[in-house]
Structures are given as C-alpha cells and as structure tokens.
Design a protein around this ligand. Structure first.
Ligand code: SAM
Length: 225
C-alpha cells in the first residue's frame, strides 16, 4: 500500500539505530511462540534484528528484504554462520520448505495485502508455522503526524530514564525527521476487524495476539509434516 518500494533506502542507517534502541521489539513475540526447527525465513527483515535472534532457534535463517542498504547493514552488523541475508522482493520467493515463515511490520508495505499473505503461506512446509506481525489502527488508516510526534514528546522523559539523554535525543529527532515522517504518512494500516477478516480468509483457524500498535497472527499448516 506504500507508494515507494525503495522508501527504506533513504533512512536505513538511522532506522537501524532506532530499532536497536528497542531490543527484542521485533522478535520477542515470535520467539515466545517456542517454534524451533531447521529452516526459518524473515520476510522484510530490515537490518536483520529478528533474523539474528531466530538464529538461536533454527539451523538456518534466511533474511530477505527489498532494500539493499538494509541488507548491507544486516550483513555487516548481524552476520551469523547460520544466517543468510538476501536482497529480494517478497513476491519473488519460491520455496515451500520453511518451518517458520515470519514477517514483522512489512505487510502494510505491499501493493496487494491478500496476495502478500498467500505468498507467505506458499513458503511454509506442511506442519510449519506462519507468524505475522503488522501495524493496525482502528481510528484511521493513516494516523496523523501528531499521533507520532506528540507521543514522542510525551514519552521523552521516560526514554531518557530508559536509554539516557544521548540516545533519547536521537530517538526524538528520528520521530521528527522528514523521511521517517513522510514514510509514516504514506503508510496505510488495516483496522483490527479488517486484519482478522483478511487473515482468517487466508489462514483459517488463525490465532491472534494484540500487541497494541499491531496484531500478531500465528497459524500452523495442518497438512502434517
Ligand atoms: C517497517 S520495516 C520492518 C523491518 C523489520 N522487519 C523490523 O521489524 O525492523 C519494513 C521492511 O519491509 C521491507 N519491504 C517492503 N516491501 C517489501 C517487499 N515487497 N519485499 C521484501 N521486503 C519489503 C522494507 O524494505 C523494510 O525494510
């Protein structure tokens, strides 16, 4: 739904720094599912934060992202012997052998949401798990600028206590930075009801967790394995 597929190229380094300040934010839920196995894929892996963590639970992890700068950071900063990072479009992947297919906050960037879910489903092996986290908003598809900036200002004292002045100041400036705000203002999120409708249609029997900013869906392929 986002207009520019190369959006993340423009602020890859700052985005990576920003994500580093929320350790585990994009991997805690999926790791909490306790899924382990031979092969996992993180589709839209960004700079590799979750892929690196999943390397503790799987024999091999493939991190895939459309953004070359993101993948370059992942390779430089989060290399592990059992992790491969690849620049690729989610829709270009052809493999049906993953024990875990994971995606965190990528889905809303795809031009066709439902086709994207079908594509994730095509990657899982019989008996494997698909786990997807994506942003939702019940008030409006695209939250206004103030939803982010007011929150960042109000949260600043808490962030100073959590990560110190220097990093909290970086974080605040990032929330106000032009490319990040332009990106947020081009996002379109599903409501919770829309989310469940489309995920239920592709993943019958799916289970959901509400993470506040996002819904998380898990589904196990019942073909056996
Ligand atoms: C909000 S970031 C999330 C990155 C990472 N999953 C995280 O949680 O930090 C969305 C990512 O999806 C990637 N992306 C967008 N469209 C994609 C596509 N069609 N195929 C693969 N990756 C895509 C972007 O390049 C970006 O790195």
């Amino acid at each position: 739904m986002t207009v520019d597929p190369a959006l993340f190229d423009r602020f890859a380094i700052d985005y990576d720094h920003f994500v580093s300040l929320q350790p585990g934010q994009n991997s805690a839920w999926v790791r909490g599912l306790g899924v382990t196995g031979e092969r996992a894929i993180d589709v839209g892996c960004g700079s590799g934060h979750a892929a690196e963590r999943l390397a503790d639970d799987f024999g091999y992890v493939l991190g895939v992202d459309l953004s070359e700068p993101m993948i370059e950071i992942a390779r430089a900063s989060r290399a592990r012997p059992n992790v491969e990072y690849r620049v690729a479009d989610a829709f270009a992947l052809e493999d049906d052998g993953f024990d875990l297919v994971y995606s965190h906050t990528m889905m809303h960037h795809l031009p066709d949401y439902r086709a994207g879910l079908e594509q994730l489903k095509s990657l899982v092996r019989p008996g494997g798990t698909v786990a997807v986290v994506d942003n939702v908003c019940d008030l409006y598809p695209t939250p206004p600028r103030r939803a982010y900036t007011v929150g960042a200002v109000l949260g600043f004292p808490r962030e100073v206590r959590r990560i110190g002045w220097r990093e909290a100041w970086f974080e605040l400036r990032f929330w106000f930075s032009k490319p990040w705000l332009e990106h947020l203002l081009s996002d379109r999120y599903l409501s919770r009801a829309q989310f469940r409708l489309v995920y239920d249609s592709v993943f019958p029997g799916a289970q959901y967790d509400d993470l506040g900013f996002a819904l998380a869906m898990r589904w196990t392929d019942e073909r056996g394995g």
